[in-house]
Design a protein around this ligand. Structure first.
Ligand SMILES: Cc1cc2nc3c(=O)[nH]c(=O)nc-3n(C[C@H](O)[C@H](O)[C@H](O)COP(=O)(O)O)c2cc1C
Length: 318
């Protein structure tokens, strides 16, 4: 199992952010944003599912609760070259609740089991689940265990646990990522009691020291916000986590390696800021980061903005 991943994040982990992450780490597993089965069934598949081969290994996160549709989407994703399918059982947003999927499925482990079975029948790649410790009053360790037992009996071997519960009523998705306390011990206990399952821990992890500590207790670590807020955090993971003998790129090199990619997409008519918005945090904590961000924010949205906006911004970094 890949020991490190960048979490699925709506509006953030699109193909351009993933391509940026790939300039920083070759090995970390990258997740897409959650994509619903309805979107894939009715929408523009190239736009929704397209990715560059360089982004691999890559996991598609699906949102849905219909086994047939999920199986169909999983098949499409496998054909496109995705390395894993992940089912979202952690999102508490009201839009997702109205669709009866995401975190509310923690109350329906049998449904999740049927979904997993259907997807596993449809594809050879791993089918995994990302979930919470619990929802609402169903938040005891035993409740999570009941969920895991039923879903693993259906054949799921890999679980990513966002180590806090979600309140489905009353808290916003953002509050549900901060207010319910982190419960890492419940995730460690799960791995200790069910060693045959592959368990990934997620929530509040911000440093590589923390990653190494968690890896003593569980199989893998997933990082969300800290990856977006400081992508260069991952600069040494190919060496430190995967034992590779390579030299991490500098921040400048990361940006320079993005330039041909930017040219390519600008040539296809994409606006510069669809990609440059993901580059803003690359120099976080470095001198010049304010000028870098300001130059891009002031110019990237302008009509005909080209890669010179990025090279000019780069020149502002000492
Ligand atoms: C902007 C944003 C969007 C998110 N979108 C998703 C999503 O599409 N699917 C999902 O399973 N989790 C989503 N999450 C939750 C993250 O995957 C992760 O579980 C959560 O942020 C906790 O990890 P962290 O503390 O490392 O950020 C999102 C989080 C953020 C901040």
């Amino acid at each position: 199992m890949n020991p490190l991943s960048v979490a699925p994040m709506m509006e953030r982990t699109d193909r351009h952010f993933r391509y940026l992450m790939r300039q920083i780490t070759r090995r970390t597993l990258l997740y897409t944003e959650m994509i619903t089965t309805a979107a894939i069934t009715h929408g523009d598949r190239t736009k929704l599912l397209g990715f560059s081969p360089e982004e691999k290994p890559i996991s598609l996160q699906l949102g849905g609760d219909n086994p047939l549709l999920l199986a169909e989407c999983a098949r499409i994703a496998e054909d496109l070259g995705y390395d894993e399918i992940n089912l979202n059982v952690g999102c508490p947003s009201s839009r997702v609740q109205n669709g009866h999927f995401g975190a509310c499925l923690m109350a329906q482990p049998e449904t999740v089991a049927r979904c997993i079975e259907a997807m596993q029948k449809a594809v050879m790649i791993p089918v995994t689940v990302k979930h919470r410790i619990g929802i609402d009053e169903r938040d005891r360790y035993e409740d999570m265990l009941n969920f895991i037992k039923i879903v693993s009996d259906a054949g799921c071997r890999r679980f990513t646990v966002h180590a806090r519960k979600a309140w489905l009523k009353g808290l916003s998705p953002k509050e549900n990522r901060t207010i319910p306390p982190l419960r890492y011990d419940d995730v460690y206990r799960l791995k200790a009691e069910y060693p045959h399952l592959l368990i990934e821990i997620n929530g509040g992890i911000t440093t590589l020291e923390q990653v190494q500590q968690h890896l003593q207790k569980v199989d893998a670590v997933m990082i969300g916000r800290a990856a977006y807020d400081n992508p260069y955090l991952f600069a040494t993971v190919d060496q430190d986590i995967y034992g590779e003998n390579t030299i991490p790129p500098t921040r400048h090199e990361v940006i320079e390696n993005m330039l041909p990619y930017l040219e390519f997409w600008l040539g296809k008519g994409l606006k510069l800021n669809s990609i440059s918005r993901h580059l803003l945090q690359v120099f976080v904590g470095q001198s010049g980061t304010k000028a870098w961000k300001r130059h891009i924010s002031d110019n990237a949205h302008l009509e005909h903005a080209g890669v010179e906006v990025i090279t000019e911004a780069l020149a502002k970094i000492p």
